[in-house]
Write a protein that binds this ligand. Structure first.
Ligand SMILES: [Zn+2]
Length: 232
């Protein structure tokens, strides 16, 4: 297959849309090749079933216009950074060869998110190994940035904020597809879960003088070829 430019690794269906739905829509509009890999099916949850979650995911995929989306089939709620999981993820990195990986932030109340973050780091390293029995050719994903889908009320700093002003409605449409998670059984009074997601995007947009934004954090330095990329 043709390599991906960006691969979003999400612990559960809905994490990619909540955190970087606007960045996905923006990148696709710029003809970048974007993929989303869920690690688990996200079930069980109070209002979901595996079939319903698959339907919601395919609806969100259509709204975003995504053409590459897979599920790695790892265990929900008990996700662990095991060697077997690392192997599976490293093999996806080798076959998709993304220039940028978007991974969950490493601090989180949800253990699956912590495990997923660690797995991304570990699999990124393994993906480059030669003389291994991993499927595919060695590949080192050059860039790994973290997105915030955190179940903690903390405010990590961002390295960059992506201007998603032109794509906020696409993001919110895709987020709303996950009815069983974000709408059913939830309070309908302001602020709803959807209000929270939109307002956070507004807050990060404010931080860069735009309408809506999504933050990304890179532990490594971000190199730029020209100061021209800051002139927007
Ligand atoms: Zn999640």
């Amino acid at each position: 297959m043709e390599p991906l430019d960006i691969l979003v690794v999400a612990p559960h269906p809905d994490d990619a849309e909540i955190s970087v739905g606007g960045t996905i829509a923006l990148s696709l509009s710029q003809n970048l090749r974007v993929g989303v890999l869920e690690l688990t099916d996200g079930e069980p949850t109070p209002h979901g079933t595996p079939e319903l979650r698959r339907e919601e995911t395919s609806q969100a995929t259509e709204i975003l216009n995504l053409t590459w989306r897979r599920n790695l089939g790892l265990p929900n709620r008990s996700l662990q950074p095991t060697l077997e999981s690392r192997r599976k993820l490293a093999e996806v990195f080798r076959s998709t060869r993304p220039r940028i990986i978007l991974a969950p932030y490493w601090q989180d109340a949800h253990p699956d998110h912590v495990a997923a973050s660690s797995l991304c780091d570990d699999a990124r390293f393994w993906a480059k190994l030669s003389r291994s029995d991993l499927a595919g050719e060695p590949f080192w994903p050059p860039s790994l940035l973290h997105y915030f889908s955190i179940h903690l009320r903390i405010h990590p700093p961002a390295s960059v904020v992506v201007d998603i002003s032109a794509h906020i409605e696409t993001k919110m449409g895709a987020v709303a597809a996950y009815r069983s998670q974000l709408i059913e059984g939830r309070s309908t009074e302001h602020p709803t879960v959807l209000d929270d997601i939109r307002d956070r995007a507004r807050y990060w947009g404010w931080s860069i003088g735009k309408s809506y934004g999504e933050p990304l954090l890179n532990r490594e330095q971000i190199g730029i070829g020209s100061l021209d990329s800051l002139l927007n």
